[in-house]
Design a binder for this molecule. Structure first.
Ligand code: HPA
Length: 263
């Protein structure tokens, strides 16, 4: 059975306890090797990957995003559910809430953002009008509501370079730009997934109010603590969502390089 579904676990989501018969695999890609786990859930073969590597050893600005997405693509993955810890700029998006981001603003600086770097790979300008798969986001939102989780169907995600947290002035600027959430890992992962013609959606867990909004200075421990107290919500949501998705589902994201092919 080829692997059609992938989960990218971000900060605080390290353990694929939902999978039976988990097998560690190392996948070679042109961008480097990736270690991940392939197992079963509800008659589906699912790949689980830690975005930050074993023991959270890779910081956001050094994650090999191209290798991670290329590895999932090589396994045959068509649908990716990613998790992310985020700070909130929006008072209605409180710590512990889930947000199914629908847009991003990219403030990263040093990352490899494309599989298409010219030369033999060619040049591609992929459409990003709706960067996150609308169908997947809808399924996640409906499932989260069924589970009674506090959640928001849309949110604008600001991606910073990190690994430092933001200044209060940066957060003020991001708010004026319309941002709801801030994190360090969403871009270029979502872009590469679209270039690889995969459906991709993020489950963003608010772990803190952003710098200058929070009454206290930020710490990574605070992020980990909020993730730990809410990780069960994410686990349930991922399980129920994976169970309800048709592994053979077709969607326009899967024809992103050739949008004239009907989904
Ligand atoms: N800023 C950036 N990344 C984050 C934050 C934050 O406040 N919280 C969790 N990830």
């Amino acid at each position: 059975m080829s692997v059609k579904l992938g989960i990218i676990g971000g900060t605080g989501v390290y353990n694929p306890e939902i999978l039976t018969d988990p097998q560690e695999q190392t996948v070679s890609t042109p961008y480097g090797e990736v270690r991940l786990i392939v197992g079963n859930f509800c008659d589906r073969s699912v790949a689980f990957m830690n975005r930050h590597g074993a023991g959270h050893s890779v910081p956001p600005h050094l994650v090999n995003y191209r290798a991670n997405i290329a590895a999932l693509k090589k396994l045959g993955v068509k649908t990716v559910l990613a998790t992310a810890a985020v700070g909130s700029l929006n008072p209605s998006m409180e710590p512990g809430h889930l947000v199914f981001t629908d847009q991003f603003l990219d403030f990263t600086k040093t990352r490899q953002t494309s599989f298409f770097d010219g030369g033999p790979a060619g040049v591609v300008h992929i459409d990003m009008t709706n960067p996150y798969c609308p169908e997947l986001r809808d399924t996640l939102y409906r499932t989260a509501r069924e589970l009674g989780l506090m959640c928001h169907p849309v949110g604008i995600y600001i991606c910073t370079e990190g690994p430092r947290f933001e200044t209060a002035a940066e957060i003020k600027m991001y708010r004026r730009f319309g941002g709801d959430l801030v994190g360090m890992t969403g871009v270029p992962e979502v872009v590469l997934a679209r270039e690889a013609e995969m459906c991709y959606a993020t489950v963003a867990m608010v772990t803190n109010y952003a710098a200058g909004i929070s009454p206290t200075n930020l710490t990574h421990q605070e992020v980990l603590d909020t993730m730990a107290s809410n990780s069960e919500h994410i686990r349930k949501l991922l399980m129920q969502t994976v169970a309800s998705l048709d592994p053979e589902r077709n969607c326009s994201c899967q024809h992103a390089l050739n949008p004239l092919v009907p989904a």
